[in-house]
Design a protein around this ligand. Structure first.
Ligand code: 6R9
Length: 649
């Protein structure tokens, strides 16, 4: 099953990379044996307003989960990402923006970005935003999304970026949970030629009477089209920014002040407001960006992730800008308007490092060689992947076709909660195995445990836990520390539980095998089965729902939803369509079920628990491996489900 290929470290990187093989061994050992010394040194890669005297002060002890790094230091993130580069890199390009249409492009130098951030920070201040206030950012992929994030960090406001594909319902839930005071959006977004009505979605969310905290909405003009305008509430971005002062001093922030909230799916219904703090996050993303991508001055770095996801936060905005890098930000999708668009952008901007997701790679691979037609991609030096396990076949295609069989691939395993890479190869230190995330980064101690919590040593497979804290670890779930403890530290005592399983091979290399909880991974995006189920049962005709993930060639997983209907309701094509649209409106397009299976009864235990294991086997066409079904209250439902499944295909 595991592809046996191995790619040695390219000879030029063996000696020239920031981290070579012997340095990795030495530094990794040091980082585990003496984390204070190691992180004390690494923290010198960022600028401090007041230096810290304490490094690590963390507890994974049940009931006392408390994570603090560099706690008495003070700094400002926007100062680190902008001001500190002005003297030496002020005229270097910070952001190259490529529009959805190939004819649209913009560039912003560090000086220009600094001025835009200062102006926008002044706009936020003039609207009454202060240190500690929560600001929602619901934007398309335009440089102003990064400007908005950095402006928040400049004045100490906590940003909460909401992915532009989420629905008004999802926006409203996140605003209510965080008591956000202001929303930054755009009239519309454009992706792959399709219009996304961002302002309209914000209006619909804010129309809910439960939302009482939002005072103002700042609207960036992207297309010039919008519906309603609430003159007492809505403000045009350009008008406000043009009138604002071009300089804004940065706030002095404590190391542990909250930096941002990012909602992500868990195994229970409501999305979790993962909270990151200032210093540890910056130290860790700065170091991982530089060493894992082996970023050299003047390299052009392109991360295709949307700012609405953690990858967009850590490796499109903060990690790169803290290193003074030049980033490409792309508004559209890899195959629009022509199949070779991604390759064309690589050539157009001479991209050196490309970071994308397995789902995008598989979608390109499925189209064949047209995706590289008339392009050479000779500028590429390194490739990266993130979001889900990459199958060896897709890894090899990415390496050979996009990377001309020349570029190492860093398969970076991490999570919204981890803030930065935890398990990944370092391109100058590790031979690569297609499909393996390989080795822990400095300071990270992964372990595998069985379901009882016993450690699995040597070769084997188990639940992936992390034994001790690292600087960019999430500090809590916004307003709910008890849920934070419960979600990550209660399953296996005194360790952080990732929710993933992994294998360790005979060489000690790590292969992530996927989620072990009720979290789906659709095109690299996390979605809780419970979230989709609660959207389904909110439909007036649906009585019960059970959602599971089934394998999908491009998306990794597809959503298979079993539903039972209220008495008197009939399942037909019109209802299926209605239900799909319903879920799309409740959560967003990524949550749209691929399959809907209406049935009369779900398999339940005598105590009334739905047996998902059985539903999973049926939907994955493995009904011959059902195992023991004798504990079911009514075993006859199983036969019925199997015959319905066959008709559905
Ligand atoms: C960064 C990000 C986290 C979940 C994670 C895991 C999966 C991410 C992966 C990977 C295998 C990789 N995942 N990277 N699985 N190999 N290189 O994606 O964060 O959206 O929070 O998702 O994604 O299952 O637990 P997030």
């Amino acid at each position: 099953m595991l592809d046996g290929r191995r790619y040695e470290v390219p000879s030029d990187l063996k000696t020239s990379a920031y981290i070579t093989s012997s340095e990795y061994e030495k530094k990794y050992k040091e980082s585990i044996e003496n984390p204070d010394k190691f992180w004390n040194e690494q923290a010198r890669n960022i600028e401090w307003i007041k230096p810290f005297t304490k490094v690590k002060n963390t507890s994974f002890e049940q009931g006392k989960i408390d994570i603090k790094w560099f706690e008495d230091g003070q700094l400002n993130i926007s100062q680190n990402c902008l001001d500190r580069h002005l003297a030496t890199k002020g005229d270097d390009i910070a952001i190259i923006w490529e529009g959805d249409s190939p004819s649209l492009s913009r560039q912003m130098t560090y000086k220009e970005l600094h001025e835009q951030v200062c102006r926008f920070a002044n706009v936020l201040k003039s609207q009454g935003i202060k240190k500690g206030d929560v600001v929602v950012i619901y934007m398309p992929m335009v440089p102003e999304a990064a400007v908005a994030m950095l402006a928040c960090t400049r004045i100490g406001a906590i940003h909460s970026v909401i992915f532009g594909g989420f629905s008004p319902e999802a926006i409203a839930g996140r605003i209510i949970d965080s008591n956000a005071k202001l929303v930054i959006t755009s009239d519309e977004g454009i992706r792959g030629g399709k219009i996304i009505p961002l302002k309209k979605n914000v209006d619909a969310a804010l129309a809910k009477p439960e939302i009482t905290t939002v005072e103002k909405v700042i609207v960036f003009e992207r297309t010039g089209h919008h519906d309603a305008w609430h003159s007492e509430r809505d403000i045009w971005w350009h008008e406000a920014v043009n009138a604002a002062d071009p300089y804004c001093d940065y706030e002095v922030m404590d190391a542990e002040s909250p930096l941002f909230i990012l909602y992500t799916s868990g195994s229970t219904g409501k999305p979790k407001g993962v909270l990151h703090s200032t210093a540890g996050y910056l130290v860790y993303t700065t170091l991982t960006f530089k060493t894992v991508f082996n970023y050299q001055p003047k390299d052009i770095f392109w991360c295709t992730a949307d700012v609405g996801w953690i990858t967009g936060h850590s490796y499109l905005v903060y990690g790169p800008l803290s290193n003074g890098a030049t980033i490409v930000m792309y508004e559209g999708i890899p195959s629009y308007p022509t199949p070779n668009r991604l390759s064309q952008i690589v050539d157009k901007y001479q991209v050196n490092i490309l970071y994308t997701a397995p789902t995008a790679i598989r979608a390109l691979m499925a189209q064949g060689d047209v995706v590289v037609e008339n392009t050479h991609r000779n500028s590429l030096k390194l490739l990266g992947t993130v979001g889900e396990p990459i199958n060896p076949q897709a890894w090899i295609w990415y390496h050979e076709t996009i990377g001309n069989s020349r570029c190492p691939i860093v398969d970076t395993w991490w999570q919204t909660e981890t803030g930065g890479f935890l398990i990944t190869p370092l391109p100058g230190a590790h031979a690569l195995k297609p499909g393996a995330a390989m080795k822990p980064f400095f300071g990270v101690q992964p372990a595998l445990v069985d379901n009882e919590g016993n450690f699995i040593e040597g070769e084997g497979e188990g639940n992936l836990v992390i034994m001790d804290s690292w600087p960019s670890q999430a500090r809590t779930l916004y307003g709910d520390h008890a849920r934070f403890e419960e979600a990550y530290f209660a399953t296996f005592k005194n360790t952080y539980f990732s929710g993933d399983a992994a294998k360790r091979d005979a060489d000690g290399d790590i292969w992530i095998t996927g989620r072990v909880d009720d979290v789906l991974n659709i095109s690299g995006h996390r979605l809780g089965t419970a979230e989709v189920e609660s959207a389904l049962v909110a439909h007036p005709k649906i009585a019960e729902a059970a959602v599971i993930g089934v394998p999908h060639d491009i998306k990794g997983q597809a959503i298979y939803a079993y539903i039972t209907l209220n008495a008197g309701e009939e399942a037909d094509d019109a209802l299926y369509l209605e239900v799909k649209n319903w879920v799309r409106n409740e959560i967003g397009a990524i949550a749209t079920p691929d399959y809907i299976h209406a049935t009369k009864g779900l398999p339940k235990t005598r105590s009334g628990k739905i047996m998902r294991r059985i539903l999973r086997k049926i939907a994955c066409d493995e009904a011959d491996q059902l195992g023991d079904i004798s504990t079911l209250a009514d075993p006859s439902v199983v036969e019925k489900l199997i015959s319905e499944y066959k008709c559905l295909l």
